[in-house]
Design a protein around this ligand. Structure first.
Ligand code: PAF
Length: 280
């Protein structure tokens, strides 16, 4: 595995491999890697000749400066995990490499997807995500790029970005990886106190119960059920929404044929965790 920090060197490496007919799989990450990221790498390795992983904590997608400051950074361990996983190149750019003209996001319009849920609670977040991902796509020009379904709204935003900009690459969604107690894997889990780590599996347990509850209750009743269930835990519910998988607009009934999902954000002390579940 080679480690590159400079985008010109990366472009040269990619050009050499592309001109010999190799396909390129790309996994963008913010580091603090875990099995969830490695599942994206595994998928990429199955489908491409070479896999490139970027590790970059993108400042423009953090609406909360404290969150950016506390975001775990574990470069050495990340490098080791990626080497074991058989990645060909890891790209560790600096902020100046990615934002030579200052840390600014482009403003995007994704037909309203960007304004729902995470977009509402984290203003500017998706502009930051789409800005950095577009920059990475320009540098790497992958054949396929891999995104986890844990950040389902992010995945939809990236699919729209690719459609809007007519980028010649395939976005591959990868299912959520969970700990044995059901907690969705996340870099933020490492920051949970022992007490909150015990509470956190409630998120997926309540989502599963909500799925069953919705079978013979209304959307409104299911939301109340979820809110009440969280009031009995130490977690603080920020939102629970039942939304159309494609538009991410909230639905008020579960009676039609569209695909819907339950989306949730909670606080475990000051650590914000998200998760989602398919509901039909
Ligand atoms: O999901 C993430 O880790 C980040 O949002 C991404 C896609 C790497 C962009 O910074």
């Amino acid at each position: 595995m080679i480690i590159l920090r400079n985008s010109e060197e990366l472009k040269t490496w990619i050009e050499r491999h592309r001109s010999s007919g190799k396909t390129i799989g790309f996994v963008p990450t913010m580091g603090a890697l875990h099995e969830g990221h490695i599942s994206l790498v595994r998928q990429s390795k199955l489908e491409n000749d070479v896999t490139i992983v970027s590790v970059f904590v993108n400042p423009t997608q953090f609406n909360n400066p404290e969150d950016l400051k506390k975001y775990p950074r574990t470069e050495e361990a990340d490098g080791q995990l990626l080497e074991q996983a058989g990645v060909e190149v890891v790209f560790f750019p600096t902020v100046e490499t990615i934002y030579p003209e200052g840390q600014k996001s482009t403003h995007f319009n994704f037909q309203g997807i960007e304004n729902q849920m995470e977009g509402k609670f984290r203003p500017g977040h998706f502009d930051g995500v789409a800005t950095v991902v577009q920059k990475f796509f320009e540098i790497v020009q992958p054949d396929r790029a891999y995104f986890g379904e844990k950040d389902f709204q992010q995945l939809r935003i990236i699919q729209e970005l690719v459609k809007q900009k007519r980028l010649p690459l395939q976005i591959v969604p990868v299912a959520i990886m969970r700990e044995s107690d059901g907690l969705a894997m996340s870099s933020r889990n490492t920051r949970l106190s022992q007490d909150m780590r015990k509470e956190a599996p409630n998120i997926y347990q309540i989502l599963q119960k909500a799925k069953v509850f919705l079978e013979d209750h209304s959307v409104e009743e299911t939301k109340e059920f979820v809110s009440e269930a969280f009031s009995k835990t130490k977690l603080k519910l920020e939102y629970f929404e039942i939304a159309d998988e494609s538009t991410l607009e909230s639905v008020s009934t579960n009676s039609d044929s569209r695909k819907i999902r339950g989306f949730i954000a909670v606080f475990a002390d000051d650590i914000r965790l998200i998760d989602n579940i398919s509901l039909n």
